[in-house]
Design a protein. Structure first.
Length: 190
């Protein structure tokens, strides 16, 4: 299977730990794994020029050109991201906003090719606030809209709150088991 992993954090911190734990469980001999770090990519913001309305293609030439095929062709998507201001980091949001062309392709031009395999995703979100549920709700809502747009219909979310310092997530002893169960479920064919 083609697996796409997206790391939303600009630092080496909790999201990276979550993503690495998840990827350890994906056999590299069985799966093609691609990792995207939007914070290290050159991605401009959507200008709402609406050029994609007619074509389904974005006219901006930057690193999104290599991101689009991965979004379209991967059977499984694993996302690990921190909560920033009740949402996701701006660098990751740039990538999502640039999927407006895929939104037009799917909902207006109706050209999206439905994959024969059911595509699934795992979201892992981490926030520093102990009572930051609204951050999880808002970030998950954005990511749901993203997944729907790229035609991924099913997802599971693991959310962790109260982990602020890099590495703090390791204090949670149930994380590893939760990720193991979630990856097992994610890789199942049904
Ligand atoms: C700019 C910024 C905004 C943040 N906003 C929130 C927030 O709204 N809610 C929250 O729970 N944590 C917030 N945090 C804390 C981070 O989510 C937390 O430190 C998390 O562990 C970072 O994950 P990382 O180590 O993967 O980068 C914010 C951190 C930064 C730097």
């Amino acid at each position: 299977m083609k697996i796409l992993a997206i790391l939303g954090s600009p630092r080496k911190g909790n999201s990276e730990i979550l993503l690495n734990e998840a990827l350890k469980l994906c056999d590299k001999n069985l799966h093609e794994i691609n990792i995207l770090n939007p914070c290290q990519l050159n991605i401009s913001g959507c200008t709402a020029c609406d050029g994609c309305k007619e074509t389904g293609y974005c006219i901006i030439q930057d690193d999104m050109e290599r991101v689009y095929p991965l979004l379209k062709d991967s059977q499984r998507i694993i996302i690990a991201s921190p909560i920033f201001f009740f949402g996701i980091p701006a660098q990751f949001k740039l990538l999502i906003d640039r999927c407006q062309c895929l939104w037009y392709e799917k909902y207006v031009l109706k050209k999206t090719k439905s994959s024969s395999n059911k595509r699934k995703a795992l979201l892992m979100l981490v926030g520093g606030m102990k009572k930051g549920e609204i951050g999880i709700t808002c970030a998950e809502a954005t990511l749901k809209a993203f997944l729907r747009t790229i035609d991924v219909k099913e997802h599971k979310t693991l959310a962790y709150l109260g982990y602020d310092e890099p590495g703090a997530i390791l204090k949670n002893k149930s994380v590893i088991d939760e990720i193991r169960d979630a990856i097992k479920e994610l890789l199942q064919n049904d």
